[in-house]
Design a protein around this ligand. Structure first.
Ligand code: ADP
Length: 398
């Protein structure tokens, strides 16, 4: 079955058509919505990428254009829309309602709308994507795949914050965790590399991109993760601070005479690598600046690595060791120097880094005698979405 995977942002639509039975990507593309000057890009597997500026009023217009393009007699990747068996949507926040992917119905959508309160920047856009597809292809089954679902196996001692319990009961204030599809995918792939089943191994996954999080995956289940109620907690990211003393918020409010929302905006959008260096949120520019001796870039890299190391140490202690530590996403997959900064000097924990294998981007970049294996595994969140969607759609017609 071919699956159209849709990942909607407030002003963007990322899409792919995949056949999860064959792990095959048929096409992918991105729409950036901006009224009359929206951009539409499309790459059919094996062909050149095409991009154009087009007027697109909203998500629905964007989805219509995707369908026209993928079925176009000349450039399309399928010949008829009937070849799309199901649509899989990324939904960022499932709250406590969803511990697994689900087929779309109105009850499910109502719960997603309520959970928008927990992810006001993400869920409304994801919902707009579902509504747009329903308008254009009303008879095609659709599924939601949640960023939070994989982390729902955490125990209360991992997900509760040490604040009055009534705030959890009344407002569901707790750690949820994100990037779940990625942590699930790479932890399962890691088990394959180790020649074991996911239920037999303990894995620490480090998804380090522009956003980043670590997870402790014990015998196939997530037992802890670094992001929290929102994606602000945990690692240092491109523009997000990650962990900090919450008293910084009121201190800055009073010093700068600004509101809590304004401080939160600073912590989400002007902090992290960008905030420390004043250069960029993109690790490539920080690496460049550090190579030229820029002090703030050098300290930012050290801070970044130290935070990841800290979570690795935390999860090694929580799980009483691990079989492997996995690196994935933009920085984790591409930045050999950052992997080295994180993984070196942990020999006493059974982690033996191999510089040569790391530089060559080998899947296993620890030494042969390393008790804990270091793994480089590219993530594929769209494939997880397509697999879950195809499975749910097939079950529905049984
Ligand atoms: P997200 O999905 O969170 O937006 P990605 O996983 O695509 O992010 O990662 C994007 C980030 O990966 C970029 O911001 C950049 O910092 C980093 N990145 C990509 N390639 C490299 C590279 N060769 N070296 C260092 N960092 C890289």
């Amino acid at each position: 079955m071919n699956v159209l995977v849709i990942n909607c942002g407030s002003s963007s639509v990322k899409y792919q058509v995949l056949n999860p039975d064959k792990d095959e990507l048929l096409c992918k593309g991105l729409i950036e919505l901006s009224g009359d000057t929206s951009t539409f890009s499309y790459t059919r597997t094996g062909s050149e990428k095409m991009s154009k500026t087009v007027p697109l009023a909203d998500h629905t217009a964007g989805v219509k254009m995707i369908l026209e393009t993928i079925t176009d007699p000349e450039i399309g990747c399928i010949s008829d829309i009937k070849e799309i068996g199901a649509v899989g949507h990324r939904m960022v926040h499932g709250g406590e309602d969803f511990a697994a992917s689900v087929l779309v119905d109105e009850d499910v959508m109502k719960k997603c709308e309520i959970n928008s309160e927990l992810a006001p920047l993400h869920n409304p856009a994801n919902i707009a994507g579902v509504r747009a597809c329903q308008a254009v292809m009303p008879d095609v089954p659709m599924a939601l795949v949640f960023d939070t679902a994989f982390h729902q196996t955490m125990e209360p001692e991992a997900y509760l914050y040490a604040i009055p319990y009534e705030y959890y009961e009344k407002f569901k204030v707790r750690k949820y965790g994100f990037h779940g599809t990625s942590h699930l995918f790479v932890s399962q792939e890691a088990a394959k590399v180790l020649g074991k089943k996911p239920e037999e191994v303990k894995i620490i996954t480090c998804h380090i991109g522009n956003g980043g999080s670590c997870a402790a995956v014990e015998y196939g289940k997530c037992v802890d993760t670094s992001m929290g109620l929102t994606p602000l907690e945990g690692l240092i990211m491109g523009t997000r601070s990650g962990d900090l003393d919450p008293a910084v918020i009121t201190f800055l409010m009073s010093k700068l005479n600004i509101s809590a929302e304004e401080v939160l905006d600073i912590l989400n959008k002007k902090s992290g690598l960008l905030g420390i260096t004043g250069i960029s949120n993109d690790m490539r520019f920080i690496d460049e600046a550090a190579a030229k001796g820029n002090d703030r870039a050098c300290v930012a890299l050290k801070m970044f690595a130290r935070r990841v190391k800290g979570y690795i140490g935390n999860y090694l202690a929580q799980m009483n060791g691990a079989d492997a530590i996995v690196f994935t996403a933009g920085v984790g997959e591409n930045d050999a120097e950052m992997r080295e900064m994180i993984c070196k000097n942990m020999e006493n924990l059974g982690i033996h880094f191999d510089a040569e294998k790391n530089a060559k981007k080998e899947t296993v970049f620890s030494t042969d005698d390393s008790a804990v294996k270091l793994l480089l595994i590219p993530t594929n969140e769209e494939l997880v979405i397509a697999r879950d969607t195809a499975r749910l759609a097939a079950e529905a017609v049984k």
